[in-house]
Write a protein that binds this ligand. Sequence first.
Ligand code: NDP
Ligand code: 2IT
Length: 451
Amino acid sequence: MTKFAEQYVESFMTKLIAKNPGESEFHQAVREVLTSVAPYLEAYPYLLDNKIMERMVEPERVIMFRVPWMDDRGEIQINRGYRVQMNSAIGPYKGGIRFHSSVNLSIMKFLAFEQTFKNSLTTLPMGGAKGGSDFSPRGKSDAEVMRFCQSFMTELQRHIGQDTDVPAGDIGVGGREVGFLFGQYKRLRDEFTGTLTGKGLAWGGSLLRPQATGYGTCYFAQEMLATRGKSFEGQTVVISGAGNVAQYAAEKAMQLGAKVVTLSDSDGFVYDPDGLNEEKIEYVKYLKNAIRGRISEYAKKYPTAQYFPGERPWKIKCDIAMPCATQNELNGEQARALVANGCYCVAEGANMPSTPEAIAIFQEARILYSPGKASNAGGVATSGLEMSQNSMRQKWTAEEVDAQLHRIMSDIHAACLKYGTEEDGYINYVKGANIAGFIKVANAMVDQGLV
Ligand code: NDP
Ligand code: 2IT
């Protein structure tokens, strides 16, 4: 980096931190993008004059609201709801909703910021947003989840709409929650529109949306592997998480010939040296989606597998690692262990799962590493395809959706190559994704004037 770019990043970050104290995840996400785009800004000073970066880190709107509900014992509960509408330069706000006890404003802002660049990379017209609540569905009855979702939507509905802001799922929000949210939206607004994505297949959902994030991450990884003449065939894959993204990343990796040996949840991980197969992955889907159990139960059902309570799977020897659980779940020490054990490809299914130190270790070791905003973009891209189908009042076949998902992941990979290839030929996917995602949004903002 030039002296100018270095100073620009540092003085920008000093002001950002002073203005947004305590928001460590948001600071982390902004610093990463800023470091990639600072040299580009230096080369195109009209973007500096237009204060594009200063505008991008200020959400267009932040909505925070009370979500009161009653639990099954008749006790009143109060949670906090959020919707961060970050950027609408290239389309209506779009992004998931997260229900998890850790949710706070910093996490919402980092996710909405990342979403802006990710959505730009998908090639579809979608702005960036994120929402959620510190409500945890864990251990709650279906009736409690429904009452919470109805209360949450009673406030959120006035801020969203099919041409305004289109939420979807994320951690803790899957088909069940989207159903309750959509039902309440429809009732209050008296309209059946595509205002949420990830809907059920019988009521406006797109084929392959549930699979799209995990499958898309594998399609992206296939492109990365191909740059080194490799494929999933015969490779050992370590995956974290056991939710929506992890399940379908594991399924696709297996279909492509890999051996998937781990899955995890917030209590620990399972290591199955024999690898998952179709029956085992169906059991995981049943365990996590239907009976909402813990991944430890996998080791009870399949005794060849071992359960490691309180640990993450990164110490297991592998060729390919796919973090698919949550932010900052893979630190520097764990990155070192992966590299030392011969891992040569890390494809992120989660949002910002690797710490900055971990990313630096991957890049210094010159292994293939893709940030979530590039490799997990297949989820929101397929949400975009769901929006198109809803607007057209049509339903595409699984083959049509899969072909579009494939094309989009391959276009994102090409964009990363274009903007991220270093002088020595190493592909810096972080730089590539950040610059490619940034350019489109930045120029749209310039075109639309000071708004
Ligand atoms: P799910 O709720 O379906 O699954 C989340 C998984 O991650 C669970 O196994 C959960 O374990 C684990 N997990 C959650 N929080 C933590 C934590 N703090 N520490 C350790 N493990 C944790 O969510 P998704 O699969 O949808 O999302 C996973 C990641 O992928 C997130 O980063 C999300 O933002 C990202 N993502 C999701 C997309 C989607 O379409 N759903 C699209 C793009 C990105 P437990 O059961 O114990 O909570
Ligand atoms: O992080 C993400 O991209 C998602 N949770 C999916 C968002 C969406 O609108 O489908």
